[in-house]
Structures are given as structure tokens and as C-alpha cells.
Design a protein around this ligand. Structure first.
Ligand SMILES: [Zn+2]
Length: 66
């Protein structure tokens, strides 16, 4: 068995996670508040599987007009 692939630095562009292998394939659509934990996503362009790991963003405090 191969050792687990380490999560790579992901490129996020226009709400899409971009394949870090070819840099062109969109592998997962995300929202600003999306959190993904080690989700394997295959790239349709290059066929490489990338582990998507997106931590939940810090909850932003709501703006209140003072
Ligand atoms: Zn790719």
C-alpha cells in the first residue's frame, strides 16, 4: 500500500477548486462557507486525484450599524 498522499496547497478561483496537478481542471465547486475534510476529487483533465481539504472559515461577526 502506498502512503496517503499529503494534502497539497489548493488553488481556489471563482468559487472553484482548481486541480493543482494541471492547474486547469475544476475539481470541486465551493461556497465561501464550504468546508471539506480530505475529500478525494478526480480531475477530468489530467485524471489525477487530489485530496481537497478546506477548513471552515472563521465566523465573521455581523456588521452592525452603530
Ligand atoms: Zn488536473
Amino acid at each position: 500500500m502506498k502512503s496517503q498522499t499529503e494534502p497539497v496547497k489548493l488553488i481556489i478561483k471563482n468559487g472553484w477548486v482548481i486541480c493543482p496537478v494541471c492547474g486547469k481542471g475544476k475539481i470541486l465547486k465551493i461556497n465561501p462557507d464550504t468546508s471539506v475534510h480530505h475529500l478525494p476529487r478526480p480531475c477530468k483533465r489530467c485524471g489525477q486525484e487530489t485530496i481537497v481539504n478546506i477548513e471552515a472559515p472563521e465566523p465573521a461577526s455581523k456588521e452592525t450599524s452603530a
